[in-house]
Ligand binder design. Structure first.
Ligand SMILES: [Zn+2]
Length: 347
């Protein structure tokens, strides 16, 4: 009941935070807040002039917003790469997409701060972005109209997909992602189907956009990040939803990632793919610990009940919306936003 009553629109929450901000409430928050580290989960940062408003950029920050956010955080808290250091902020970037090297890296160099880059092993080795990014590329840039979906993809209840509005494109991406997560044969079929039209999709989104958003960091890019003091960490082999894997497959996935430490990776910190309450099982956290990782990040600001006993293997992360104004960033950094979420049961 309370939960339903609290489903206020984001804009209303933002205004609420603005009022607290104007009243100086967050400064009190910074003084009295818990001293726990604030880990920030980010994905893509794109140059303002090629940032698009489509579904591929729903987790993307512009260079302007990202630089402003970094400056704001630096004013409030030291940014560190020391996991668990109290009273600090730590930056993480998921999925190993090229913009992390070409766009994020120079900004971090300028700001003299380090970060973690979590890259699925298959992305680090094959240098192809995850199936999730490839599905977004198709759903965002395939021409409008009805598309026949090959039977081997195993889309439940439909053999065709209609792409017209942004909503229908987002829905299409979710449907394909669901099929891909369910079994590996579907995932491979989807990837093959998208590969065949990739040149057309690239032409439709433009070469620069395609390179920064839909190609992966190279081995050289990753080596350069590591040489400059950043950390490249594991993010599963193929970006599977770990809670859907059998115990054997889960074990193998973690073992493969662990064996790439000191080669593809230079840290024993892990980051769960997707990272939501339904994506990470208690078994996944146990496997993570048993295979020699030191800690692992979720993608939610409140640790779900079934993972609380896993301590360092279920560390929360906060996400800052792409256009977050200063008062929303403050609400996140003081822990005020997480506190409200834990009281009202929202993620
Ligand atoms: Zn990811």
């Amino acid at each position: 009941m309370l939960k339903q009553r609290f489903t206020i629109k984001t804009s209303a929450i933002s205004i609420f935070y603005l009022l607290i901000w104007l009243s100086g409430g967050f400064f009190i928050g910074y003084l009295v807040r818990g001293k726990s580290q604030k880990v920030i989960g980010l994905h893509n940062v794109m140059p303002d002039q090629i940032l698009l408003s489509g579904i591929s950029d729903y987790l993307t920050m512009s260079v302007t917003d990202f630089s402003r956010m970094i400056n704001h955080i630096k004013k409030r808290l030291p940014i560190t790469t020391d996991v668990g250091a109290r009273d600090t902020a730590l930056l993480t970037f998921d999925d190993g997409v090229k913009n992390n090297f070409e766009v994020v890296f120079p900004i971090l160099e300028k700001a003299a701060v380090g970060a973690y880059f979590f890259v699925p092993l298959s992305v680090a080795v094959s240098q192809r972005v995850t199936y999730i990014d490839r599905i977004f590329m198709w759903a965002d840039f395939a021409p409008a109209g009805v598309h026949q979906v090959p039977r081997e993809i195993g889309l439940s209840g439909a053999s065709e997909i209609l792409l017209d509005t942004t909503d229908s494109r987002f829905e299409a991406a979710q449907k394909l992602a669901k099929a891909a997560k369910k079994n590996e044969a579907s995932r491979r079929a989807i990837e093959g189907w998208i590969d065949a039209v990739e040149p057309d999709l690239r032409a439709r989104c433009g070469d620069s956009y395609h390179r920064l958003r839909f190609t992966a960091m190279s081995t050289e890019d990753l080596a350069r990040l590591k040489n400059r003091g950043h950390f490249v960490g594991a993010h599963s082999v193929n970006h599977a939803q770990l809670s859907l894997l059998s115990d054997d497959a889960l074990q193998r996935d973690f073992e493969q990632c662990a064996s790439a430490i000191d080669n593809s990776y230079n840290t024993r910190i892990y980051c769960y793919p997707f990272g939501g309450p339904n994506d990470v099982s208690s078994m996944a956290a146990s496997c993570c610990q048993a295979t020699g990782f030191e800690a692992a990040f979720l993608n939610v600001s409140v640790v779900p009940g079934h993972l609380r006993e896993h301590g360092a293997y279920a560390l929360p992360r906060i996400s800052i919306p792409p256009h977050a104004p200063s008062w929303v960033i403050d609400a996140k950094l003081t822990g005020f936003d997480s506190l409200l979420r834990s009281i009202f049961g929202s993620q």
